[in-house]
Design a binder for this molecule. Structure first.
Ligand code: HEC
Length: 354
């Protein structure tokens, strides 16, 4: 499998700022749209490889940069942040163990904090297992100590009904954000790993040698190694119940028929693009904002946009993944979405404290 490296995963201590982290999650496996995409499902069941997605306003960040999402947020202890900073070499020894013990996961529902659980809260309530699987980030078999994701969700949101029917957002401490449907969250094989069995203090991940601590979403099944369908956010800090439309309301092309090309383009965009690109200031920051102040359809010819999305490297070298399996209809739909959003610009400062 041809994994693109993740460029510069920068974390350099507890003063991490999102500005530094933005480039951190750019590269990824080229999308394979069409092939495994369930038509019309809309909600992204696959990676939303955001970088610092703009959740600051929606969720409250408590971090440094005003445009910064809840990276290095209160939910991540300084200890675990500095543990990650040591990622250049697999650290071992008591300090790493302490940092691991101090690891916390925060759970929110529609913006409100529900509970924060430490690793020992989790492992006291849920028997840990050893999960051995082919890890696509390391490109080899890895073993982790881990707890099943479904059990973690049930513990954190106990009393909440219909958990498998909800929509979730998983956030890494740098703001990298993965929306997941409940059906995916409750899929057998999903685990929250908290310890690398072979390498004390975790084997660094990817070219940037990021440390996956404190928590890393992994999948145990043989058919769960595709990062598109089974994303693996590492440095996981928070798990939230949140509807896509509530998290990214300004990306929704309101007032259009459900079967319009723009709606189809929106479905593609939110599955495959939003984690890197913002529309109306909502979305990822790895790639450029595509709607404000000018929509990409206002400054680039449509044919060029379509050719670029399909094969960006023929234009310039960057971390924008190719989308070789997009059909002409898919590309037309995405352009229809951009065009619809051009007439729905929102560029005022986001209101905070939702
Ligand atoms: C992994 C992150 C990532 C994903 C996923 C991604 N892009 Fe990009 N995209 C980028 C980056 C980075 C650039 C800027 C590249 C450059 O400057 O050369 C870019 C550039 C673009 C541009 C050119 C903008 C301009 O003004 O030049 C368009 C259009 C675009 N992307 C559309 C899309 C669409 C549509 C999707 C989803 C099908 C998508 N991108 C998915 C990272 C991404």
């Amino acid at each position: 499998m041809n994994l693109l490296p993740w460029p510069a995963q920068i974390g350099s201590g507890s003063d991490i700022s999102c500005a530094k982290l933005y480039p951190g999650r750019g590269g990824r496996q080229a999308s394979r749209a069409g092939g495994d995409r369930a038509p019309g499902t809309g909600y992204p069941e696959r990676v939303t490889r955001g970088s610092c997605v703009l959740f600051l306003a929606l969720w409250g960040c408590g971090s440094q940069a005003p445009e910064c999402p809840p990276c290095a947020s209160a939910s991540v202890s300084a200890a675990s942040v500095s543990a990650s900073a040591k990622s250049a070499a697999p650290a071992s020894g008591p300090s790493t163990a302490d940092a691991t013990q101090a690891a916390e996961l925060t759970f929110r529902k529609e913006g409100e904090r529900v509970v924060t659980l430490t690793l020992s809260d989790l492992t006291k309530a849920i028997p840990a297992e050893t999960v051995k699987q082919l890890d696509p980030y390391y490109n080899k078999e890895k073993s982790y100590r881990a707890v099943p994701l479904a059990a973690v969700i049930e513990l954190a949101f106990k009393g909440e009904k219909d958990l498998p029917q909800k929509e979730y957002v998983l956030r890494a401490k740098d703001g990298y954000t993965v929306p997941l449907r409940g059906s995916k969250v409750f899929e057998k094989g999903a685990f929250i790993a908290f310890q690398d069995v072979e390498v004390p203090g975790w084997e660094p991940i990817g070219q940037q040698r990021a440390n996956p601590a404190p928590f890393y979403l992994v999948w145990a099944g043989k058919d769960q190694t595709d990062l598109e369908t089974h994303p693996r956010p590492y440095q996981l800090a928070a798990i939230e119940i949140a509807r896509f439309e509530d998290v990214f309301p300004r990306t929704v092309p309101k007032g259009l028929a459900a079967d319009s090309p723009a709606q189809k383009g929106f479905a593609l965009f939110r599955e495959q693009c939003i984690h890197c690109h913002a529309i109306n200031r909502e979305g990822g920051r790895v790639g450029p904002e595509l709607n404000v102040p000018q929509s990409v359809v206002e400054y680039r010819p449509v044919d060029q946009i379509k050719a670029y999305i399909k094969d960006p490297l023929t234009f310039r070298y960057s971390t924008m993944p190719a989308h070789p399996s997009f059909t002409d209809a898919d590309l037309d739909a995405i352009v229809a979405y951009f065009t619809a959003m051009k007439d729905r610009k929102q560029d005022d400062a986001k209101t905070s404290g939702k």
